[in-house]
Design a protein around this ligand. Sequence first.
Ligand SMILES: [Zn+2]
Length: 343
Amino acid sequence: MMDPAELHATLLAIDTHIDIPWPTGPDFFDDSPRDQTGRRVDAPKMRAGGMKAGCFAAYVPQGPRTPEGWEAAGNRALAMLDAINGLARDAGDIRVRIATTANAVEAAHRDGAIAIVPAVENGHAMGEDLGMLAAFRAKGARYLTLTHNGHNALADSSNPRKDLGDGETLHGGLSELGRAAVLELNRLGMLVDISHVSAQGALQAAMLSRTPVLATHSCVRALCDVPRNVDDLMLDALRDCGGMVNITAMPSFLRPGGRPDGVTVSDFVDHIDYVVKRCGLAHVGISSDFDGGGAFSGWRDASESGNLTAELVRRGYDAAEIGALWGGNFLRLLRRAEEAADA
Ligand SMILES: [Zn+2]
């Protein structure tokens, strides 16, 4: 039997959804423990946990769908992308690079550097201006999560915000603008992320997109029935479009009423197993949502990432399969988006 720690050290392990502190936070290279920095991801923890790459999200909370609201959201996303780009530097023997293509992620891995892939969470950040997507792409963003909690101008959310006046549905899935945004993302080589999107909107995006769509941080609804999770119909749609769901470390998505200390690595891998059985191994990945609410007993910060590999080995996955789950599948999607983009 292979040694999980040895195997984990060789993997190109990618976490497809991580939040950053905003507007300020500890230095990314601060080596202090989690209880001092308040952060679950930094360069030393990634290195200690054998993490080779991560998608760092410029996250914009849902706000008013007004010109002022959109301008503020767009400015915040651009400033956060600048901050994410600013994480790349060398400090001591840890090197961090921005990587905006699959090849660049692999090159960083070969060179022993940690790769950061920028992303934007919440299409609210583009307001009604499709041109903003090119501005995000110019700052390296490789995916856009179409919504967050609350409907925006692009699509309905899985979690309407009554406090913002949301009803159950605003657009019946994607709006006309949302459909145009999906095609613009395709043109730019950005992936379409359906985490947070309503079931109807997610299905429409999967049908419309010229490249595989994915859920960068969601779990399986059949195992934990919350609207944020992906139901069987959507899993089949993700499989059929060549996409994937990246299981995430949010306790309440992994177990009904789940709390951080009551959820384990075994619960997490149950969700992986479910999608592998239903859709095939090529359609599953891994994300933490660290510093955005994710974390549970056994995977409390990036330094503990090897525990997932140990559980995958215990369940009989081989090295190639574990490599695909931890990053190979996601790199395939990045490449598909790059190939389909209009240069
Ligand atoms: Zn999220």
